[in-house]
Design a protein around this ligand. Sequence first.
Ligand code: THU
Length: 159
Amino acid sequence: MKQRAYTVRLFEYDQPEELPEEQQKLVERAIEAAKSAYAPYSGYHVGAAALLDNGETISGSNQENAAYPSGLCAERVAIFYAGARYPGIRVKSIAIAAMREGTFQEEPVAPCGGCRQVLYEKETQGKAPMEVILYGSKKIQVIKQVADLLPLPFKFESL
Ligand code: THU
């Protein structure tokens, strides 16, 4: 029997101003995007902004529906739109911000399992790490690659 352990390395900051300018701007775009969420059922507004290798930034917000499972998370809206608008272009980093009743969450909000799977595949296609920036008004966490957030991913090769 072998035992294995996975480690998640997080880089924590107290405020966006401590981040490099590129990351700061991406966080601002995610914050802005959260304001466009359509979330009348959960009241939970999420924004995601993806920085592409061609310099473009694509943002998205969660979009809900009266038939609940038909909605989509902010991260997937952004990543799928990036793929539709700029096929084959790598996503270098993604920032995520969430608010409830007009107030941003103090603690960073990490992507759900389904979104991690989608982010992982995008990272794999890009053949380089995709940085994940999680915004909270009292703490910001940076994860250097999506693979750290999804230790046992379902892979294309598994099909
Ligand atoms: N949501 C996101 O947009 N991203 C996540 O990673 C987790 C949850 C959305 C889905 C739903 O519209 C609302 O937040 C409450 O779950």
